[in-house]
Design a binder for this molecule. Structure first.
Ligand SMILES: [Zn+2]
Length: 299
């Protein structure tokens, strides 16, 4: 008994000493009898690049590969390449153009001509703009081809992560927004939903599971994309809106912000937060809003 008390006193003294000199208890006592939580080591990072009024989302995958969803307007190409290069990458393995509007595929031609690209995915719809025609020319010149994935197709298959196209189910030639490739990215227990500019009609038609932790809010926060029924299907914890400061469209709309707030989402906006990076180890999620702007507007 006396020995036990002495041992307890000795242990307490060592613990106090450790607290002061901040040495490692484990070094003194060997393996601790309980599991010490490992440090949070995120290996999937999603950068919602601040490209002003437009979308461009750079994804670092757990296997070292990369995906870029959309490319902003036509004057962002160089800055996007700089950003990706600074992250330590020399190629985009999966390049996605959600739909052929300039604020989404504006710099795609530049990227195809000036960076190493793996696979290219776009919806099965064309546009008669010069920008679109130039993009197709650049793709052909680089001996690349465009894949038109149908809903349900997994474009990325990893050991414990995947990216699946879940929309559109039908092509609406009269509304390119509703042709947006909608992509669900899953990693272990976490998921992300990227909606491009898909509006309510397309989002309502999707029959796949849309429940996700992180939502790229559709169409720059417009009311044309977000309603209560949609948010109840997604139930996001984190919502990211990609839009330009003082843009001409009034994005994000106040009604959308109210809906997101009522759902209890943490809302991030590239017009206020700059580039927003959401990172995860597949279980926990963190957000960094100190990302540098890569060019909010042309002037
Ligand atoms: Zn757009």
């Amino acid at each position: 008994m006396k020995h036990k008390r002495l041992l307890s006193a000795l242990l307490a003294a060592v613990m106090v000493l450790c607290a002061f000199c901040s040495c490692n208890v484990e070094e003194i006592f060997g393996d601790l009898p309980y599991a010490v939580e490992e440090a949070f080591k995120p290996d999937l990072l999603v950068h919602f690049l601040d490209v002003g009024q437009g979308d461009s989302i750079f994804v670092e995958l757990p296997n070292g590969k990369t995906m870029l969803i959309d490319t902003g307007e036509n004057y962002h190409g160089e800055a996007i390449i700089d950003y990706i290069s600074q992250c330590g990458y020399k190629r985009i393995d999966y390049l996605v153009g959600t739909h052929p509007h300039s604020d989404h595929i504006g710099s795609m031609s530049y990227l195809v001509r000036n960076f190493k690209i793996g696979s290219i995915y776009m919806p099965k719809v064309s546009s008669n703009t010069e920008m679109y025609k130039n993009l197709l020319k650049s793709i052909k010149k680089q001996d690349l081809t465009v894949k038109n994935p149908r809903a349900g197709l997994k474009i990325i298959r990893g050991e414990d992560f995947s990216a699946r196209v879940i929309g559109p189910l039908e092509i609406d030639k009269d509304n390119l927004n509703n042709c947006s490739l909608v992509i669900r990215l899953d990693y272990r227990d976490t998921s992300f939903l990227f909606t491009g500019d898909a509006e309510k009609e397309e989002l309502e038609s999707i029959n796949a599971d849309m429940n996700a932790d992180v939502l790229k809010v559709g169409h720059h926060g417009s009311t044309s994309s977000t309603n209560k029924a949609f948010l109840e299907r997604v139930r996001p914890q984190i919502a990211v809106i990609s839009c330009g400061e003082n843009n001409d469209y009034g994005h994000p709309h106040q009604a959308t912000l109210r809906l997101l707030k009522n759902e209890g989402c943490d809302v991030y906006r590239t017009d206020r937060d700059g580039t927003v990076t959401v990172y995860t180890d597949g279980y926990r999620i963190g957000v960094d809003t100190n990302g540098k702007s890569i060019g909010r507007a042309k002037n």
